[in-house]
Design a binder for this molecule. Structure first.
Ligand code: MRU
Length: 346
């Protein structure tokens, strides 16, 4: 079952996106009918999260095919539009993979491209469900507490970031559904506040207990024993288990290693990048300095002299050795224990 409202849906003539830049204050949808508007929506994070931009990218190829017909594009123009879509954001591997999948069907026509995009959605939905169950089972066994669990999470990995219940947030939803979740510590996730704006919005809608904390509080929350485990998603996982995810993830993994707590990564196999050996080769998206130097409400926080001095990597890389468990739709790998790579990856 998908979660409503859906982050991305195909209306038959347009791609409908829940505008995540406006949440939580305003719930509005954007109807996208051309490739460059979609590229802009992906760059602005109106649609975001690795699996969701993969879904948007796959339907984006359908938009490109329809636009090519409408505007009498040459094959070259169509190929360029698909390339712009594929490159809209560099770190999450899902975007390029899903665009390539859909683009491979272009010679068969628009219906075939749409069928491929629909398949991407179906597979993500099923993967979400499988990860939620496998992740919850593993955690309950590993933590072995005779009380509901307290979990820390970072960024947004829920229905807004996927086609289903989410990756890390799917595991959290499953614990809640089983009556085995006490509360969630949600990192606000500077600078764009995906945790405070989006994860808290999803949890509040379902009455799942949670507290939002500043990112800087995460290490002490882990080391101070306020949580039993941390669960995050991923944008790209290399062959050795190194994991790119929202900036701030590495610090949580280090705190968990120090505290001896499980650090779980939940991601579908579509997020694995087996062609890349290690995390140091992952291209980390650098975003605009204004995101760091202004609060999202528009107030400038830094002095004038700092106006062009921000460092704004959107992601960081957590070494595979710090990942206690990697949950995919195929089950759980204990990465830090050296259980890599195995058939799981094939
Ligand atoms: O910049 P964003 O909001 O797209 O970053 C999203 C994340 O880092 C998520 O943790 C990741 O994509 C996994 S979403 C299931």
């Amino acid at each position: 079952m998908s979660h409503e409202p859906r982050a991305v849906s195909w209306t038959g003539t347009a791609l409908s996106l829940l505008d995540q830049t406006a949440l939580p204050r305003t719930v509005r949808r954007l109807d996208v009918r051309d490739v460059d508007t979609l590229v802009d929506a992906i760059v602005r994070l109106a649609v975001r999260g690795a699996p969701a931009i993969g879904v948007a990218g796959a339907y984006g190829v359908a938009l490109a095919v329809a636009q090519a017909r409408r505007e009498n594009w040459t094959d070259r123009e169509l190929a360029d539009a698909v390339a712009r879509l594929r490159a809209a954001r560099p770190t999450a591997v899902n975007l390029a993979v899903c665009v390539d999948r859909a683009a491979a069907r272009i010679p068969e026509g628009l219906d075939a491209v749409l069928a491929e995009a629909d398949a991407v959605v179906r597979q993500d939905l099923a993967a979400n469900r499988a990860m939620a169950e496998a992740g919850a089972d593993w955690l309950l066994k590993r933590v072995d507490a005779d009380r509901p669990l307290r979990i820390l999470t970072h960024c947004n990995t829920g229905a807004l970031a996927t086609a289903g219940v989410g990756t890390a947030l799917g595991v959290i939803r499953e614990l809640h559904a089983r009556g085995l979740l006490e509360t969630v510590y949600v990192d606000e996730t500077r600078p764009l506040l995906q945790g405070a704006r989006l994860t808290a919005w999803e949890l509040a809608q379902e009455g799942i207990p949670h507290r939002v904390q500043v990112d800087a509080a995460a290490a002490a929350t882990v080391v101070g024993g306020l949580v039993d485990a941390a669960i995050v998603g991923a944008d790209r996982i290399t062959r050795n288990g190194d994991t790119a995810n929202k900036t701030g993830t590495l610090g949580i993994a280090l705190a968990c290693a120090h505290a001896g707590l499980p650090f779980m990564v939940a991601a579908p196999t579509s997020t694995l990048d087996l062609a890349t050996a290690k995390g140091a080769s992952i291209r980390i998206e650098q975003r605009g300095e204004e995101e760091v130097l202004n609060l999202t409400a528009g107030a400038v926080t830094a002095p004038d002299g700092t106006r062009t001095r921000a460092h704004n990597p959107a992601f960081d890389v957590t070494p595979g050795t710090l990942v206690t468990a990697l949950v995919t739709e195929r089950g759980v790998l204990e990465v830090a224990a050296g259980e890599l790579p195995g058939d799981h990856w094939n």
